[in-house]
Design a protein around this ligand. Structure first.
Ligand code: GTP
Ligand code: MG
Length: 268
């Protein structure tokens, strides 16, 4: 967490409070059509029934070619800084952001991986169990867009039904006309990958906060729903088991009564 942030009593920074569901950047480039938190999630949060719900943690990995701006993008969000000098990520870096979503504490881990081929093995060992996969490319480098399929395939392989994003970074370097040209290709790529597309700039901060709030809202909603559903299944299973044992008890009682009666008859 950056120094100087106002921290609330629940240990969450004031600018990490999520009360509205951030919308997609491009309506035609998202598989996630929900416009709001699920009613079940909302009511569980408002009635404070989330105490038993999981660890309330989400793991995100960001992957993509060398120098597309992954580290700058993460640093813009987590520390509100931008570094013009390129410093290659060695293996993997890690950030933790604490959110308060609908008044529920939620931890978002961000694993920033290296794009350099020689670190691929180390970086790939951190993909496992990711809830969110972010594939980044450089809007000014066509090759980096051509490689997004491979990155998505590798990163999603061992993830658990992740929420997928495609991020085009360095928007500040393009005129509107030049951007429009690449946008249609980016939208096609996002739809092909089943990912939601965002154009951002780590340098100016354009859409960075909006993106992270969107990502965290989607993963929170989907994880909470899954957990609420599994708690319900467990309790209905438990009720089922209780009923069976009650029936068994009744049968045993009936058998005992029968035996008792028989004994009575025998003695008479
Ligand atoms: N103009 C501009 N430059 C950017 C932006 N984001 C990153 N850069 C520059 O791009 C270069 C690479 O940025 P990094 O964030 O280190 O790239 P990376 O994807 O983490 O690279 P690896 O760690 O090697 O995979 C740096 O010189 C940054 O200053 C941006 O939004 N706009
Ligand atoms: Mg990096």
């Amino acid at each position: 967490m950056s120094a100087g942030r106002t921290v609330l009593s629940n240990n969450v920074s004031k600018d990490r409070v999520v009360s509205k569901f951030e919308q997609a950047y491009h309506a035609d480039a998202t598989p996630y059509q929900k416009m709001n938190f699920h009613p079940k999630v909302k009511s569980a949060c408002s009635e404070n029934r989330t105490g038993t719900v999981g660890l309330k943690i989400s793991k995100a990995v960001i992957v993509g070619d060398v120098s597309v701006g992954k580290t700058c993008f993460v640093n813009r969000f987590c520390h509100d800084v931008f570094d013009r000098d390129y410093k290659a990520t060695i293996g993997v870096d890690f950030e933790v952001e604490k959110f308060s979503i609908l008044s529920t504490n939620f931890t978002f881990q961000i694993w920033d991986t290296a794009g350099q081929e020689r670190f691929k093995c180390i970086a790939a060992s951190y993909y496992r169990g990711a809830n969110v996969v972010i594939v980044a490319f450089d809007l000014t480098e066509e090759d980096s867009l051509n490689n997004v399929d491979r990155w998505m395939e590798d990163a999603s392989e061992n993830a658990s039904e992740p929420i997928k994003f495609l991020i085009g970074n360095k928007r500040d370097l393009l005129s509107d006309a030049a951007y429009e040209d690449i946008e249609s290709r980016a939208v096609d790529a996002a739809n092909r990958l089943g990912a939601e597309y965002w154009a951002v700039s780590a340098k100016t901060g354009e859409n960075v906060r909006e993106f992270f709030f969107r990502a965290v809202s989607l993963t929170f909603d989907s994880q909470m729903l899954k957990e609420l559903e599994s708690t319900r299944t467990v309790s209905s299973k438990q009720i089922g088991n209780d009923l069976i044992s009650l029936q068994k008890q009744n049968t045993n009682l009936y058998e005992a009564q029968k035996k008792k009666k028989l004994k009575c008859c025998d003695t008479s």
